[in-house]
Design a protein around this ligand. Structure first.
Ligand SMILES: [Zn+2]
Ligand SMILES: [Zn+2]
Length: 138
């Protein structure tokens, strides 16, 4: 079983599927035949991360046939772009890490809070590592 990138000969939609499936485009009662394209399966998903637009995918299929060198150049740019996007996502969703032990099991608490007297001190928050007990200002 191999995975291939196909194009519907009726509506022109480009998608990925198993070569063992019946290769009929069943969405929207199209019933067109899927024709295998020259686009590698892995490249297809990178392109989908850039843009899922069918016209864009078609342009890349055309480019690969007409100018494989330019295609490779574009693909390597896209790969870098997708990788950067993923890195950015990982960073922005990153939870606070303990600067001492690297644990992400952190509790943010209030500094200077006293049960007896209520709020004292600056009231700024302080992070506390549940693993090693290290405290630091965020
Ligand atoms: Zn179709
Ligand atoms: Zn720690």
């Amino acid at each position: 079983m191999s995975r291939i990138v196909v194009k519907c000969d009726k509506c022109g939609e480009i998608g990925a599927c198993d070569s063992s499936s019946d290769l009929i485009h069943r969405v929207n009662n199209c019933n067109g035949n899927f024709i295998e394209t020259s686009l590698p399966y892995d490249d297809f998903w990178i392109l989908c991360d850039i843009s899922g637009d069918n016209a864009f995918l078609q342009a890349m299929v055309d480019l690969k046939e007409k100018d494989p060198i330019e295609y490779q150049l574009k693909m390597s740019q896209f790969k870098t772009q997708v990788q950067q996007q993923k890195n950015n996502k990982a960073q922005s969703s990153n939870t606070v890490k303990c600067p001492k032990c690297g644990s992400t099991n952190i509790t943010a608490g209030q500094r200077g809070y006293s049960l007896l007297t209520g709020f004292i001190g600056s009231g700024s928050t302080v992070n506390r590592c549940s693993k090693c007990g290290h405290k630091w200002k965020p």
